[in-house]
Design a protein around this ligand. Structure first.
Ligand SMILES: NC(=O)c1ccc[n+]([C@@H]2O[C@H](COP(=O)([O-])OP(=O)(O)OC[C@H]3O[C@@H](n4cnc5c(N)ncnc54)[C@H](O)[C@@H]3O)[C@@H](O)[C@H]2O)c1
Length: 330
């Protein structure tokens, strides 16, 4: 059983804490927030000690794993400090997305994990569903044939206006990760964006991508659409077939080329995923499973390196948006 601490007890850190407590591979041993009221409230909820300083907690509790669910500017500026502290201490770390809102900091975090030889995962939870795993299996079985194109989209409401690039940097770690999961590294990107009425930030955007393997893709995303209807759609096509995943886990449909019959997986009523929170449960469980099994840090699903790669695509997209050019991902 892995001894786990959660750092950052906003809504998302509380979700991590709750899920660690429910997971048979983990024992939640402490929570830490420099906001004393938040730390104390979480400590009382989960029956574990509260800390207000990360270093103090690490030394007192000596956890195996830390979740870093901090936030900050563009939802990512606070991750660097506690992640480096936990990695430096030798803990495995599962961090929230985006890995960081700044590329140099993200690079430092990935390098620190490598230097310490520990596992570093990012909560790229959208790929940890039975539907996504099945679609990956279809792909690995050769049912798509030669990869041709991918259309990805995700839309939710987030009225925050923290920076012009908030939507691009904070929403799209998820979508770009799904694109990389199915089609591999992205080498070039072009982005247009728009501002919904009353908004000052680039709250809706479209992206054209070219993957290193030659396939092409589009991505559309928005922070302007209220919840209710579906919020995510993923389509991947090749010479032999095409699949569509609706809402991460609800339904995956395979359309074999030249065949009038399609194959459909529907999230089951009994034993299926109940809601979005279960994407976190699955992702957290997978990280615990891989750490417990001694999986090599290079082989962690949804790794820090994946989080960094997604952020580099988004940095290229922002450059493209500003200069109205195609930008090669560095
Ligand atoms: N994976 C997903 O689907 C998903 C969904 C929503 C949000 N998120 C991510 O979750 C993260 C957290 O979101 P939130 O709304 O809970 O944020 P929040 O700002 O409400 O909470 C962050 C907490 O971290 C604390 N904190 C920051 N730095 C600290 C430090 N060094 N030591 C101790 N405490 C520290 C803050 O005091 C704050 O209480 C964000 O990065 C966001 O992008 C992920």
């Amino acid at each position: 059983m892995l001894r786990v601490c959660v750092i950052g007890l906003g809504p998302i850190g509380n979700r991590h804490a709750r899920l660690y407590q429910a997971d048979p591979l983990a024992e939640l041993v402490a929570v830490c927030d420099w906001d004393k009221a938040r730390a104390d409230k979480a400590a009382a909820t989960y029956g574990v000690p509260a800390y207000y300083d990360v270093q103090e907690m690490l030394e007192a509790v000596r956890p195996d794993v830390c979740s870093v669910a901090t936030g900050g500017h563009e939802y990512g500026s606070e991750h660097h400090l506690p992640t480096i502290q936990a990695l430096e201490f030798g803990c495995h770390v599962l961090g929230e997305k985006p890995i960081s809102n700044e590329i140099p900091q993200a690079e430092e975090m990935v390098a620190k994990a490598k230097e310490k030889g520990v596992c570093y995962g990012i909560n790229l939870n959208h790929r940890f569903t039975p539907a996504a795993l099945l679609a990956k299996r279809w792909q690995e079985e050769g049912r798509l044939g030669h990869l041709l194109f991918m259309n990805m989209s995700m839309w939710i409401m987030n009225p925050r206006e923290t920076s012009p690039y908030f939507q691009i940097k904070a929403l799209h770690p998820h979508t770009v990760d799904i694109m990389r999961y199915f089609c591999g590294d992205i080498e070039a990107v072009q982005c247009f964006a728009t501002k919904a009425p009353g908004r000052k930030i680039w709250s809706t955007a479209t992206f054209n991508m070219r993957f290193k393997n030659g396939a092409v893709g589009t991505l559309t995303g928005s922070y302007d659409i209220e919840r209710g209807h579906p919020m995510e759609r993923c389509e991947v096509a090749g010479t032999k077939g095409r699949f569509v995943i609706e809402d991460m886990y609800r339904e995956a449909t395979l359309y074999p080329a030249g065949d009038m019959e399609k194959r459909v997986y529907t999230n089951p009523i009994f034993g299926g995923m109940r809601d979005f929170e279960e994407t976190f449960a699955n992702r957290i469980h997978k990280f615990l499973e891989q750490v417990s099994a001694g999986v090599s840090p290079d082989e962690i699903d949804g790794s820090g390196a994946d989080g960094l790669a997604a952020q580099k695509v988004l940095a290229a997209a922002i450059e493209s948006l500003n200069n109205e050019t195609v930008v090669y991902v560095k």
